[in-house]
Design a binder for this molecule. Sequence first.
Ligand code: AMP
Ligand code: DBH
Length: 555
Amino acid sequence: MFKQATNAQHLWDGIVQYPPEFVEKYIAKGYWQGQTLSDFFIECAEKYSQNTALICGARQFSYADLQQRIDAFAVYLSKQGYQLGDSVVIQLPNIAEFFIAYFGALRIGMRPIMSLPAHRHIEVSHFIGQTNAKLYICADKFMGFDYRRLAHECLKRCESLQRVIVVGDAGDFDAWPEMDQLQMQRIVPPQLTARHVAFFQLSGGSTGTPKLIPRTHDDYLYSVRASADICELNQRTKMLMVLPVAHNFSMSSAGSLGLFYAGGTLVLSQDPSAATCFALIKKHGISYVALVPALAASWAEAVQKGQENIFPRLAVLQVGGARLADALARQLTEQYQCRLQQVFGMAEGLVNYTRYDDDIEQIISTQGSRISADDEIKVVDDEDQELPIGEVGHLLTRGPYTIRGYYNAPEHNRNAFTVDGFYRTGDLVRINAEGNIIVEGRSKDQINRGGEKIATEEVEQVLNQHPQVIQSALVSMPDSMLGEKSCAYIQWRMDGQDPSQTRLSMQLRQYVQHYGLATYKIPDHIEFVEEMPYTALGKIDKKALRQRLAAAHIL
Ligand code: AMP
Ligand code: DBH
């Protein structure tokens, strides 16, 4: 075993570590540089102090301003008694406070959990429960939803939760502190190393509840620096942040952290609509935007309908999170003169980019190539045997920024990782002659709804709890905008007079919503069946259900 910071032993609990020979290699190759995320931002703030780091509505922050607020918030947190190793769930929309909360917490060695605005109390209380989080930071309201209600629910359910800080109208909770009134004091750097877990990303997952992804300072910063270099970000880069700021794509590919590394300016938008974003792109001279395919399609449609074509204004449009259809990629590049970069990544680690100097056909029809020469990639058959180049199989990966296990999930890890530490991505891919990856499909039971991942089992478990549901099966259905939507097949308990199917569908959707699952997990469509089709093994035959959906012309 390698040496660990002895006075922070508990920080390793529940974490699957990289084996010593890999640690040595990643350090020797210069990937892991021993810098914490907190020191990383301090260095950015020193280097680019007077550059504008952040624009959020009418507010602007230089790097120095932002660092000052981060420090003030860190002091506030430590005065409240929070310390090294304490977890905090952060659930904020695209506002400046996200970065102050995130880096402020990291500054004193707290471990943030990156919840998305669409999460509801089932997910948030699960994150709190998994990490014994003591603090929850949220907005008052966003997109018509009141997070203070969610906070009350979590306080009822979660013993560890002590305090809620609300940005906006705090109601019964603590208000976001006024930075000007905070007294500065020296912050004692926490006793932790860059090899410790800095924060938790979230997995869309394919089983039950979302899994927590422990990312270390070292591994995350490597992916950030390397991404910023590949994407050629610099001090003049103006990045528009449209996707949820806490998502791994938004943070690190190359994302906000990549941008800070380069000293550029981040413009936050809470509204992804073409109307709002096109105006921001023009106003701020935005050069770089990352979108999921569904959003790229809706922006293209806005141009089709007469809005000014903003795509040529961008130095690059990144598209990732879900498979970009070749036809849309071609339309974006040819018809809209967009300089496209495809990104295929995962919060567990591995990220692939098409490179700016790739042949245009590669940019249109592949999902790019790995960041690092030490991202080990295997394409295997169902028996884990490696396949010849060009054949479609399961993508396995291991590398300097890919986790070796989910947090506190030994059972799940046994299936999600091979014995020698490769992560089973659940993606079906092939690698072409140029060495680029093409995502051909998926073996995991997941629906990718416009980049938001739904573990079907989680939703089925909720549906099955409804007193009149005998059993349920959630399957994907193609959707022209989102790529995929969800359809729940329900075997229903006939109980005297049943209301109409439309009524039942509405009731079931409300049931899932009230249960407290994230909004995107509510089934888009519901079909009632008397019998489920079964495979030879006796499992519900989802392939048959998908075929039935297609045949019924519901799509
Ligand atoms: P998660 O593990 O929840 O972070 O989700 C990552 C998953 O999103 C990947 O394993 C893929 O299934 C999917 N994904 C991300 N980017 C792309 C892309 N460009 N094309 C196809 N699928 C993607
Ligand atoms: O979908 C993802 O999780 C994703 C996509 C692109 C990601 O985590 C990333 C890039 O880093």
